[in-house]
Design a binder for this molecule. Structure first.
Ligand code: ZN
Length: 151
């Protein structure tokens, strides 16, 4: 009889622990998800409130745009033309001659493409245009945080 009670109690404790464990892990998952969202929101707010961070990102982005433009100029020189379309394949081949010796694949282009630190998307434009970042001028008057080159 005593043995039976102990066994039953043990089973009860194990079942209880399992039930609690389930609730806990589910709860933890919800809390973690919530924390993640709050963290991301705070980080984005911080980035908006942190002009130095924005300026640093913009500086790196302008550097990328300069490199893209330099590659486009080189392509224009190679073709002896000042107008016309250019492709990412051509630009990447000019920027990384050592890495594309065995041919430029779409995967390689994706891997080597410069990345805007603020998540903007680059558009090469034609030879006669300047390359652009989708973030652009931020719609404010401060040129230091612009993802934009003017020459
Ligand atoms: Zn950018």
């Amino acid at each position: 009889m005593r043995r039976k009670i102990i066994v039953l109690a043990s089973v009860g404790i194990i079942m209880g622990a399992l039930a609690l464990g389930f609730v806990d892990s589910e709860q933890l998952r919800i809390w973690a998800g919530h924390l993640y969202l709050v963290g991301r929101y705070e980080a984005s707010k911080l980035a908006q409130q942190n002009p130095l961070g924005n300026i640093e990102h913009a500086r790196i982005c302008r550097g990328n745009l300069d490199r893209l433009q330099a590659a486009k100029r080189k392509i224009a020189e190679m073709r002896s033309t000042a107008v016309g379309a250019v492709t990412w394949e051509e630009v990447i081949a000019v920027m990384y001659p050592d890495k594309v010796r065995r041919g430029v694949t779409p995967a390689l282009v994706e891997q080597l493409k410069p990345r805007c630190p603020s998540g903007g998307t680059y558009t090469l434009g034609n030879i006669q245009d300047l390359p652009k970042c989708s973030i652009g001028s931020n719609n404010n008057t401060d040129p230091n945080d612009d993802h934009l080159i003017r020459h």
